[in-house]
Design a protein around this ligand. Structure first.
Ligand code: DAT
Ligand code: MG
Length: 140
């Protein structure tokens, strides 16, 4: 499998509970390397654009309000098969369905407040990375 990059967000429920380091440790233990990282306060417009694919879903408003409720940590993770590997480390969207040892099983509070975002495909990873980072900020 090729060296790949994926986009990650440590979400407000996790930054609020001071879990950033514990979550990054999970990435690193899985062989993912943090090649870019910054703590930001998302704006409502950014949250709405980022989650635009979900704009018709009933939880869209709640999701965007949650994403701006506290700072988040946006990161680019690099590794062999990084997109799939990160999804594996994250666990299922609903923490009730997440495998033991995954980030969402250990830390997520609910399906809506589920501690992390991770890109789901190479195309979305490229768009999401470019939305939050310039090329100069990615240091492999
Ligand atoms: P994932 O974050 O695992 O890629 P997704 O892309 O289907 O999941 O949904 C994006 C986010 O939207 C998810 O992390 C939390 C929120 N969400 C999804 N399904 C939800 C639901 N049934 N109720 C409330 N929030 C939901
Ligand atoms: Mg998704």
């Amino acid at each position: 499998m090729a060296l790949e990059r994926t986009f990650s967000i440590i979400k407000p429920d996790a930054t609020k509970r001071n879990l950033t380091g514990k979550i990054v440790a999970k990435f690193e233990e899985a062989g993912l390397r943090v090649v870019a990282s910054k703590r930001i306060q998302m704006t409502l417009a950014q949250a709405q654009e980022f989650y635009g694919v979900h704009s018709e879903r009933p939880f869209f408003g709640e999701l965007c309000e949650f994403m701006i409720s506290e700072p988040v940590v946006v990161q680019v993770l690099e590794g062999e098969g990084a997109i799939a590997k990160n999804r594996e480390v994250m666990g299922a969207t609903n923490p009730a369905d997440a495998a033991p040892g995954t980030i969402r099983a250990e830390f997520a509070e609910s399906v809506g407040e589920n501690s992390v975002h991770g890109s789901d495909a190479p195309e979305t990873a490229a768009v999401e990375i470019a939305y939050f980072f310039s090329g100069l900020e990615l240091v492999g």
